[in-house]
Ligand binder design. Structure first.
Ligand SMILES: O=C(O)CCC(=O)C(=O)O
Ligand SMILES: [Fe+2]
Length: 210
């Protein structure tokens, strides 16, 4: 019976970890030469990958001088430099797929992966652009895959003009920030008072973009 079949596939099936085609990506022009591409549910089996990453990644807390105090950075981190094996093969696949899809526009591959683990709504990242490296002066791309519970990624023009753009990202969603986005816009994962579940983001960047 159809009903029975549907039910068993809904309730028994843990979705396999894999990638859908990137062809469905939709671009939004932000202005000032910046854009974002979004593809909801790019990764299948995202909840399973989340669990695997929680267990497999050597997460660490960072501490940072804040005026007179040393405070915890409010998220856990792990950085995979160029050439270092990623914690799950699907992440190598994701990096390759992104590189192929954006080859012409980006002109170079994605090389590094930064992972952030937001344990709850108190974990966050403050307004910033990824402009420690080349993003300060050049157009580039930062591609972010999100697993676990959705959190809002907010973007706003760096010069303060214009309203913020917000995208809720989790469960396998992809966002790519491109063009001048790192130097003309800032982005953040704001804290949320509403009980937010844990989220992991995987940020792929080209060489020299930090
Ligand atoms: O978690 C995210 O989606 C954003 C992380 C981020 O902006 C960063 O690590 O530079
Ligand atoms: Fe960032």
């Amino acid at each position: 019976m159809v009903t029975t079949h549907l039910q068993s596939s809904l309730f028994d099936g843990v979705e396999d970890i894999g990638l859908r085609p990137l062809a469905g990506v939709e671009r939004t022009t932000l202005g000032l030469g910046a854009w974002i591409d979004v593809l909801p549910g790019w990764l299948t089996g995202a909840d399973e990958l989340f669990q695997e990453l929680v267990a497999a990644v050597p997460w660490h807390a960072e501490r940072r001088q804040m005026y007179e105090r040393v405070v915890d950075v409010p998220r856990l981190l792990c950085h995979y430099a160029e050439g270092v094996e990623l914690p799950h093969p699907v992440l190598d696949e994701a990096r390759e797929e992104l590189g192929a899809y954006y080859a012409e526009e980006l002109g170079e591959p994605f090389r590094t992966a930064g992972l952030c683990y937001y344990r709850d709504g108190e974990d966050s990242v403050a307004w910033h652009g990824d402009r420690i490296g080349r993003g300060r002066s050049q157009d580039t791309m930062v591609a972010i895959l999100s697993v676990g519970e959705p959190r809002v990624l907010a973007l706003r023009p760096r010069d303060g003009g214009g309203p913020a753009v917000r995208r809720s990202l989790g469960h396998g969603d992809l966002i790519v920030m491109g063009g001048s986005c790192q130097r003309t816009w800032d982005h953040a994962i704001p804290k949320t008072a509403r009980g937010a579940g844990p989220r992991i983001s995987i940020q792929f960047r080209p060489r020299g973009v930090l």
